[in-house]
Structure formats: structure tokens, C-alpha cells
Ligand binder design. Sequence first.
Ligand code: C2E
Ligand code: MG
Ligand code: MG
Length: 745
Amino acid sequence: MNLRLGGAVEATLPDESGGPGPGFRLTARVFWDLAIYMVGLGLVVGLVFPPFATALGVPGVYAERMWFRAACLIAGFLVGGLSYAICRWVVGGRLAVLSAHLRSVAETVAQASRTGDWSASSSARIRVDSDDQLGKTAQSFNSLLDALEVGQHFRSLIRNASDVITIIDAAGRISYQTPSVGWVLGYPPGTLVGTQLAELIHPEDAEDFADQITQTSAGMPAPAAIGCRMRHRNGSWRWTETVVNNLLHDPTVSGVVLSTRDVSDRRELEEQLRTQAFYDALTELPNRSLFLERLREAEQSLEVHGTPLALLYLDMDNLKAVNDNVGHEGGDRLLQVVSSRIEHCLRSADVFARLEGDEFAVLLTGPTSEREAPRTAERILAALNQPVLIDDSFIQPAASLGLSTSTACASSGISLLRAADVALSIAKTTGKGRYDTFQPHHHAAQLDRERLQSDLDSALDAEQLVLHYQPLVDLDSGRIDGYEALLRWQHPNRGLVPPLDFISLAEASGLIVPIGRWVLREATQQAATWQNAADPVGVHVSVNVSVRQFRHPDLLRDVAAALHRSGLLPHLLTLEITESLFASDISDVTHKLERLKELGVRLALDDFGTGYSSLSYLRHFPFDILKIDKSFVEGIDVNRQNQAVAGAIVTLGQTLELDLVAEGIETAGELRSLEALGVRLGQGFHLGRPGPAALVCPVPGMRTVERRSPDSVGAALRGTADGAPPMQMTARPPVPQRARHAAHG
Ligand code: C2E
Ligand code: MG
Ligand code: MG
């Protein structure tokens, strides 16, 4: 069916067989034509009837008369008129029904196109009783209504869809937009028609958006959806996704159809998830994942463009102690303050991240990064030098830094992060609160450590660990009060490895727990043999317990088992712990110390004065012995400062009724000064070097130093030195007075 809109409606209707009709004009006045045809037909019948009347039996005299002819004409006219009236009534009535339907549909469609509201545009169907032309017309009308309704259905779907359907012309002007633009972007329906779509797009997204529309309009494959921000009427920006369909060549649309959806909520959720995945909640800094990502990018840029980079690895030195003092919330607060102070030391291009716990990292990129990194490290250390006020307590933040540069890493083939970590561990072990820079030779040292670490894994099973014993001498009597068990590793290639070379490795890997268990068992076993040798007093044995071993849940069980197995009297076992233990969870430490005391063992605080300098724990924890670190003993006879410190420690120990042991006595002068201060026990190369049990105490029960030399209490003991000539010992009783005089020369 070919419809031309505008002017008179002309139609070429199909005939019954479906072909074109006989060429009627639909709108010509059909009933006027009918009237003419019928009345004319009636008149013709009336005119031609008289000649046939005689044949039909009308007497000729009547049939010839004028009135008869006139009567026939009138009758013909009346029959024609009546036929017309009946036809008009019968056909016209039906056509009226059809036209009433058509009018009603036309009115609602016209109104809907004006208002845009198509909801009322449905109309009743015509009942079809015949299959004649009228019946077919009615059927066609009904089909037309069906089609209208389908269209209306889709229109309704489009209008009520939450997406905004926008049609833009080739110039990018909006030619149509669904009312959903109201609830998506806040504009009343139709108000944006005629404006440029580009005016809605965020300036940062505009170019990309335009490119993609152009691509699609040019028939290139469109991306699944174009993401961009669109301006809301209230001035905010909404994140949207737009699917583009080029219908410029479809004459019913003649435009590019954009289906736009508001995805702001989804973007917000994605953003939240991204934040969770890539940012640290406490400091809002990038986390390890994001930092590694940035590092990867920087390394690529180094590879491609040769842009140098530098990395700072920062670890706080005292966070655990802070947590114990001001609680975890206080610790968190400190981390926030520290991170913001560090941030102020950085350039805007630097990447600063919290890697985990109290570890941070800074990535510096750019041509000056390697030169800038040490200055940045210094700025950070200076910034952290100021105390932080947390809950009425001034906390002094402390951190160590490791620095690595791409140049140093390239020459040693180590990754930047690992190199900075190596430098950090050097900074930590060489004094904390400072920074160290990775040097290529550090890598070799690191590799060596790693080899040692892997050898250590099998050292215990391979029975390569041995204990050496160093005497603790009663300075008054010269009598050996006990021995400190000191671990050594008889390495198949390296010889005798001292504990400082491998204890930290064992700590880091957790191997210290089984190793410590072995030391406990071995030392108590050894001490039990000394105890059993008909010596009523017994010999004390001291065992060093590292932080990780102390914190392990098995410690109490291990100590009890060692005592039980060996049969050693508990008071003969001394556990030496260092102050670093108090930088961890205090409540757990207190509990364990008390349980250990309940077992009956003695507790010594080792290396006193070198660690976490808070004296409060000394009062509250059940220590028996205080070991004055050798750094205060060194040169005490000549160094006034050490004299003062050691004197203060001795007074403190005496006030708290603790036994005092001076470590690292190397000369007679030191010994004399310590004796003068009132230190009761001494340990040091001057009194006796550590050595295997069989050498330091060859005869059970023999444990008195004979002071043969006037310049040293333990001259005879010197020389066992981990393999050096064995010391001399004499049987009791000692000669304290003589020894004392001898010691003082
Ligand atoms: P420490 O517990 O303070 O042990 C004393 C250290 O000082 C020993 O070093 C000893 O040889 C050394 N020393 C003794 N007298 C003198 C002296 O006159 N001058 C000098 N310069 N040093 C002296 P060593 O055996 O190398 O042990 C070092 C540290 O390793 C120990 O320090 C202890 O903290 C740790 N350690 C040793 N054995 C064990 C163990 O079985 N378990 C644990 N966890 N740590 C151990
Ligand atoms: Mg010790
Ligand atoms: Mg010590």
C-alpha cells in the first residue's frame, strides 16, 4: 500500500484477488453518485416500462396513456430513490461505524503525538462478520490498530526505560530524547532538543566521546559502551555509559541513536572496591599492590626510556612499644601522623605507600631521583624527629630507612625493592633511626646470608650445633657460680660460626624455636651432670632465650620438659632475655615471666642498657639478675662516663635487690673497677672464654679459679676461647682473700 501524506488522500486499493482495483477515487461523493445512478436507473426503468406493459398484460389503452407513462416514471423514480435510501442506510451506516472508529483513533493518535502520551491511544476493534469489502476494510482497520498498539508498546518501553534514548543529527544536535532524561540528568523532557550533545559531556571526556561517536558514525566497530561523565541539571557530573547506533541512513530515524545509562552508583561501588583493593584504610595511602604496580610501570619506563628511579623503604623502629604504651589506637594515630609527615617531605610525583604494618615505601622517578633520594631520606628522618602527642603522652617516632637506586641495582642485578630492603636491614642492624644506601657489595653479603639461611635449615638435624660455656665468676671468691651456654654452629665449610651470624636468621625463619628447644635440653642436661657430681651447691647454667622463642606458645612446656628430662633443679637454670622483649605485647610477656617463675627458674635481663630504655618493667617483672652490657664495662677503669652509667645501674640493681653480672670484662683494670662498684658476678674473656663443656669444666665439682696471676682473677681461665688452650681450674675451697688481693695487684 503506497500512502502519500498531504493533500487529498488517493489510494489504489487492491481488488479481491489482491491486485489493483478498478480506479475509483475514494473520496468522490459516493452517495451522490449512487443517488444519480439509482434514481436515473429508476427513471430509465419507468421510461422503458410502458412498451413492455402490454406484454405483461396491461391493456393497451392504458399502456398508451400519458398518465400511465408518468406513473411509471414516478414509480421508477420512487423505486430508484427508495433503493438509494436503503443502500445509503445499509452501507452508509456501516461506513459511519468505520469512520467513527477511524476518527476516534485519529484523534487519539493526533493528541498523543502532541502530548507525547500514548497510553490512551488504544481503540476498540471493529467486529468483522463478513469477508466482503467492508469486512476486509474492517479487518484492515483492526490490523492497523494492532500495528499501532505494537508501536505504542515499543514507544512505551522506550519512554519508560531507565536509559535515556537520544537521537542526534549529523551535526551532533539533539533531535529527540526520551523523558527519562528527566530522572537521569534532571532536565525536563524536550528541553535539550536542539542543543549540542557535546555541551553535556565533561570536558575531560569530551574528546574521547566525540572520537568514539565519529568512529561509530563512520561505520567502524563501536566499543561496547562509551563511558563518560554527563552534566546533571543540578551542576553535578553523573557517570554514564552510552551505546551508540548509527541510524543516519534509516529514513525513519535519520540520526545517531544513543542509549545512555546512569552508572554512577556502580562506578562509586567500583571506586570503593578499588580503594579497598589498592589503598590502605588507615592512612589512605596506596597499599602494597598499588605500589608494586607503580614500581612495575616505573621499571618499564626505565627499560624503555632509561628514566632512573630510586626507592626508599622505611620501617618504624618502635611501633610495638608504642602500642604497648598507648594502645593500638594510639599506635594507629602515630602511623597516621608519621605518614602525613612523610608526605610533606615528598614531591607531588613521588609514590608513597604503606606496604604493611609499620612499613612504608617511597618511589622517586625522574632524572634527578637518584640525587634526590638521600635528601628525601634525610628530610623524612628530620620530620620524624619531633615527638607526637598522643593521649597526653609524647611519643618519639623512630624509623630506619633503606635506599636503593636503579643504577646500583642494575650493576648487581637485584630488584629495587629487595635492594632497599637489604639497605634497610643494614640500617637497622647498624643502629636504627638512620638510613643506609644499597651498594652492589651488599648484594653479595645478602646472597651469602641467604646461603647461610638455607644451610641453617639442616644444621640442627645434621647435629652441627654445639654449645660452648663461659663461666660466670663470683668476683669475691673467685668461685665459678655458673656458666652461660653460648651457641655455635660447626659449619662443614665455614668452620665455627658465631651466634651473631645466624641467630637473627633463625629468628626470621622461626627456626629459633626448635634450635632454642635443643639448647635448653642440651644445657640442662650438661648442668645436670655438673649437679650430680656430688656437688651440693650445684652449678648455674644460663640459657639465652630470643624474643621469638619467648613468644612461642611452647616455651613454658619446653622449659618444664628440659628440667624434667635432665633432672636439673629449676633454680639452677637461668633464662636470659633481652630488653627487646618489652617492645612486644607486654601482657603476654608478664604472664609468661610469672609462669616461668612458678617453675622455679631464675630470670636474667641480658645486655641491660642497650635496648628499650624504660625502667618501669624492671620494677614490675620478676627478674633475679641484671647483666650489665659489655659496652658499659669496656674501659670502665678509664672512662668516667661508663663509670657513671655502670655505677647508676649497680645502684638500681641493688635497690631492686637484683644480682648484678658485669659482661665482657677484658682487663684487670675493668675487673677492679667493677669490684669497687660492688658488682658480685663477672663474665668476660679476662675471666674465662667460652669453650666446650669438657674444656671449661673438665672435672665435675672443680669450679674455682685459682688466681695465680696478680693481674687477673681469671688469668687461668683465659685461653679456652672457643678452641684456644684450656683454662686452669682448681678444686675448692677457694682462697677468696688471696684472690682478691691478687686481683687488685
Ligand atoms: P650474650 O648473651 O650477651 O652473650 C655474651 C656474649 O659476649 C658472647 O658472645 C660471649 O662470647 C661474648 N663475650 C663474653 N666475654 C666477652 C669479652 O670479654 N669481650 C667480648 N668482646 N665479648 C665477650 P657470643 O657467644 O658470640 O654470643 C653473642 C650473642 O648471641 C649472645 O650475647 C646472645 O645474645 C646470643 N646467643 C648466644 N647463644 C645463644 C642461644 O643459645 N640462644 C639465643 N637465643 N641467643 C644466643
Ligand atoms: Mg646472654
Ligand atoms: Mg649479654
